[in-house]
Design a protein around this ligand. Structure first.
Ligand code: AMP
Length: 205
């Protein structure tokens, strides 16, 4: 199965991907994570992407498309995966159509103000990548690792990222709905509740 996880930043795509990976044995491909890894390793790709990420803007399509094409080239025909954070523009979605067939697009719907609240209190574990709340934990509740805040999780950048989502990514909802691929999920509430809705939706599809 090959899925696209669609939704605003902070809608819970990464958290749901962890559940889906366990239950459906799908590889998790997050373009944001690939950029952050490149940035940590100070590669030319990472340093170029940083300019856009810090401002909450999209990295230009040609850079992202090449990176995704290179990543997907490593997958055999029968291997399943979830794309998290890609595509984010109609041009990226059209490009994706040219390189692989997608079986479904899960749209995680959360109101903007809930997103701002989630992201400005989000902390990520340095060791295991677990996502948690900075006001509730000072160490990772899963492995005890150190927590950090993403540079782009400050309120100003979060609001920019939401604007970019509405201006450039939201159009993908109609794009995939028209193809009969869109599965809409109410992504408010606890991660386990949201995952139950995901399982139910995938089972009925
Ligand atoms: P994320 O972790 O998905 O929130 O992505 C973090 C940042 O990486 C975004 O705000 C963009 O600057 C960049 N990025 C990730 N995926 C894409 C994409 N598909 N197109 C353009 N920029 C992206």
């Amino acid at each position: 199965m090959r899925l696209v996880l669609l939704g605003a930043p902070g809608a819970g795509k990464g958290t749901q991907a962890v559940f889906l990976k366990e239950h459906h044995n799908l590889a998790h491909i997050s373009t944001g994570d690939i950029f952050r890894r490149n940035l940590k390793d100070k590669t030319p790709l990472g340093l170029e992407a940083k300019k856009y990420m810090d401002a909450g803007q999209l990295v230009p399509d040609d850079i992202v498309m090449k990176m995704v094409a290179d990543t997907l080239a490593g997958f055999g025909a029968g291997e399943g995966f979830m794309l998290d954070g890609f595509p984010r523009t109609v041009a990226q979605a059209e490009f994706l159509e040219g390189i692989t067939k997608i079986d479904g697009v899960i749209l995680f719907a959360v109101p903007d103000e809930a997103i701002v609240k989630r992201l400005t209190s989000r902390a990520v574990c340095k060791e295991c990548g677990n996502v948690t709340n900075i006001h509730e934990h000072d160490k990772c509740p899963s492995c005890g690792g150190e927590l950090y805040r993403r540079d782009d999780d400050n309120e100003e950048t979060v609001r920019n990222r939401l604007k970019v989502f509405h201006d450039q990514t939201e159009a993908l909802e109609d794009f995939y709905r028209a193809k009969g691929l869109l599965l809409e999920i109410d992504a408010t509430g606890m991660p386990e509740e949201v995952f139950a809705r995901v399982v139910e939706t995938l089972n009925h599809d």
